[in-house]
Design a protein. Structure first.
Length: 155
């Protein structure tokens, strides 16, 4: 009886190992190639509607869905009150990005700072004068900027 239990346990382990190895082999075919880039190799595009803003997409497509990109804003660039449809996660690499949440006080985010902004949160974004702002952005949906209506104006 004990021998049968041991044999069954060994066979079960072998079966599980076989399934895991088969899955690993299957995944090996789907593994993407490593991608290493230095700044000079990044493809920067200037945002057509925002002078002073350029973006280097690292993966995905910001116009269609999830993506990761490095944003570079010229010092002094400002976007008035706006929001985004999808959550924004960002890490500031250089410069000072000033974020003012609607009704709040400005907060200066310096190199090494983290930003999490839920979708539809209204805010003002500004790169402090004197140096460009460079920050990494990760979004799980397409990028958009919905400008808030100004007081006294119809949306």
């Amino acid at each position: 009886m004990r021998k049968r239990s041991l044999t069954a346990a060994v066979l079960a382990c072998l079966g599980i190992c076989g399934v895991l190895l088969a899955g690993e082999k299957k995944m090996a075919g789907k593994v993407k190639e490593p991608k290493l880039m230095v700044p000079a190799e990044m493809q920067w595009t200037t945002a057509p509607d925002n002078s002073g803003i350029s973006i280097a997409v690292l993966w995905g497509d910001p116009s269609k869905g999830a993506y990761g990109a490095i944003h570079r804003w010229a010092g002094g660039t400002k976007l008035d009150l706006h929001s985004h449809s999808h959550d924004v996660k960002a890490v500031i690499v250089s410069g000072t990005l000033r974020i003012t949440l609607e009704g709040g006080e400005p907060k200066d985010l310096v190199a090494g700072s983290y930003l999490y902004e839920p979708g539809d949160v209204k805010h003002v974004s500004e790169c402090a004068a004197g140096a460009d702002c460079v920050f990494f952005v990760d979004q799980h949906g397409p990028f958009d900027s919905k400008m808030a209506a100004k007081e006294g104006m119809k949306p």
